[in-house]
Design a protein around this ligand. Structure first.
Ligand SMILES: CC(C)(COP(=O)(O)OP(=O)(O)OC[C@H]1O[C@@H](n2cnc3c(N)ncnc32)[C@H](O)[C@@H]1OP(=O)(O)O)[C@@H](O)C(=O)NCCC(=O)NCCS
Length: 169
């Protein structure tokens, strides 16, 4: 497996924007906080500031936004939140990930989460919350393959469905 996680770069605009569009049918926001920056280089800077806990807007927490790169191609992304706010505690969890439709079912998400857990632990996290929709069979598999212990079902942010809450220690 040659997948590695890396920050977004100034050269990634075309590929990352295409990924953002490709994930819309899944109702998944690939480029988190993109609307907070007008130009791409400002967005890359905002994410690097967020990783260092700087220039955070009220809804943001310190976090690493990383793309999953396989042979120079972006296949997915992950967001590793170094602490939880109310929204993340109730709905989002510490880690959120997605894999582009054309790269699914190759074990990439399982590997993304494995590597993201190493990053989370390196930031001192010992109990890591991950949530997924109750009917998201693939994400359940990803979390359980990485040692997720089911806690409970809870309502989603918009109240339309149930979320599964898992902790990884
Ligand atoms: C969920 C998602 C990340 C899975 O990515 P992936 O790279 O295909 O996942 P993996 O290849 O690592 O597969 C993980 C497990 O789910 C299974 N799986 C994958 N897609 C599946 C599907 N559509 N139906 C049933 N099982 C599926 C795999 O077989 C694997 O199980 P196994 O280890 O027992 O074989 C991807 O489908 C996605 O990005 N979906 C949209 C966004 C999303 O839901 N993100 C997660 C938010 S919590």
């Amino acid at each position: 497996m040659t997948l590695h996680l890396r920050p977004l770069d100034v050269d990634d605009e075309v590929a990352a924007t295409a990924a953002h569009v490709a994930m819309q049918p899944d109702d998944f926001t690939f480029l988190l906080w993109r609307e907070h920056a007008a130009e791409w280089h400002d967005y890359v800077h905002l994410l690097s500031e967020q990783r260092r806990g700087l220039s955070l807007s009220v809804a943001m927490v310190p976090a690493a936004f990383l793309v999953a790169d396989v042979d120079g191609e972006i296949v997915g992304r992950v967001s590793v939140r170094f602490r939880l706010n109310r929204f993340l505690m109730d709905f989002g969890g510490h880690i959120g990930y997605g894999v582009l439709p054309q790269f699914r079912r190759r074990g990439y998400a399982t590997e993304i989460l494995r590597q993201a857990l190493i990053i989370a632990r390196s930031e001192g996290l010992t109990s890591i919350l991950i949530t997924c929709d109750d009917d998201n069979v693939a994400s359940r598999g990803v979390i359980e393959a990485n040692g997720g212990v089911f806690e409970a079902l809870g309502p989603s942010h918009d109240g339309t469905h149930q979320l599964r809450r898992y902790w990884i220690t």
